[in-house]
Design a protein around this ligand. Sequence first.
Ligand code: BG6
Length: 502
Amino acid sequence: MKQTASALPDSAAIAPSDYVIIGGTGDLALRKIFPAFFYRYLDGQVTDAFRFVAAARKTGTLDEFIAKLRPFCEDAIASCQDGEAQFAQFMKLVSLTTLDVGTGKGGEDLKAFIDERISDARPVIFYMAISPALFGASCQLLQKVGLVTPSARLVVEKPLGHDAASAKAINDELRAVFDEDSIYRIDHYLGKETVQNLMALRFANTIFESQWNNTSIDHIQITVAESVGLEGRASYYNHYGALRDMIQNHLMQLVCLVAMEPPAQFQANQVRDEKLRVLRALRPVNPEQLSDNLIIGQYGEGHVNGTKAASYETELGEPSKIDTFAALKLYIENWRWAGVPFYIRTGKRMALRASEIVVTFKKRSHDIFANGATSSGDLPNQLVIRLQPQEGLRLQLISKQPGPGGMRLFPSELNLSFDDTFKTRLPDAYERLLMDVARGNQTLFMRHDEVMAAWDFMDPIIAAAAEKAPEIYPAGSFGPAAQEQLFDGTNAGWQAPVIDKE
Ligand code: BG6
């Protein structure tokens, strides 16, 4: 049965809040943050009582800001009949102010600006859309001018450090000014609808829980494939690479959600406690066994979606040993998961953009159809959770082929496409996360100890990877051939995500 999108539920209502985006005229603000607010405005979740301040060293005029922002709001404008009028109305909620967090210039003005407009009781959310190197100075400035009030909240996002030591330094700077309860560390993967659905799948259905362990599950694969390359971020990316940019945060969070124990309640600290337990149960990767557990690669030239693509080094303009692909085999040492390998991988310039989690169950222990099964009828059950695009769930079952000829078995699928089922646009991760900050809900944000535990696990792996030369893979492939070695000793192998033509 198809369901249509319902009107905004009562539970979505949010008290009017004020957002100050520091770095508010930059790329992240224009591409992600303001379009997310505008979508929420169109939905009625953000009302005319909200206020948005874009603070930056050089702001220009509001008209110039609107002209820069508009291209990123086109889809939203086109999504409703009075989109133009709504955009104009929304922009009346936005102001610009100059602020130099390096020198502190503009801090007093920001304070006066905020004091003039809002009451103490309203949440004031400071979003740091700036380099982490400036987080500490920004927090101190906010404190100095008296903006760190009980209703103030702080939003930061990756890169939260380059390694455990630098992550600790950043965390210390934030926590010297804001309480942990007021700090919202974004990992935007947690805001994706399908990632939240993973928790609904596991903890709102009874049928999976009894199977969700090492008795029933053979192994788990997580692939986050991207078709894009450097996207003009060379100076950042060439210092980070796939292990730091994607594995330490997004993929680790996915591992946590797949593997965590059910919290007693869906409550921020309970969820985060369970995720932390997973991170702490990861078996440290012994550097001597690194080649059995880690493969890194870098894209060479090739073709992506039929278009010629340059190699990473050509895009970068210099030689580099950085990893644009990483695949890792992990073990979680607890009763539920002992002995179940988790294979995780991510890469840029891969054949397509697709992220999915594949849970492969163990084969049947005894086959009463041994004489009739075709080789494909011998396949294990699999649950495929497609995170993006074409979000949904597929459960691979074995059925009987119709018609005469005996018990001929073949694999078939139960397919839940979120698009067909819910007939609604899936909000961007930022929409959910930005609203959760105003709501004071930290469930989908990382606590400082989670960030640290992920770095503690990754640091020795990253250090050892730095000694290896990445294997070159052709742009438009699924990464280096050597990644199959991770499955050594098993007859499994990486499963490439398949997407229908969009
Ligand atoms: C970011 C990484 O955190 O996530 C980028 O820095 C990456 O390198 C992006 O492209 C992927 O996000 P998404 O939502 O497009 O899967």
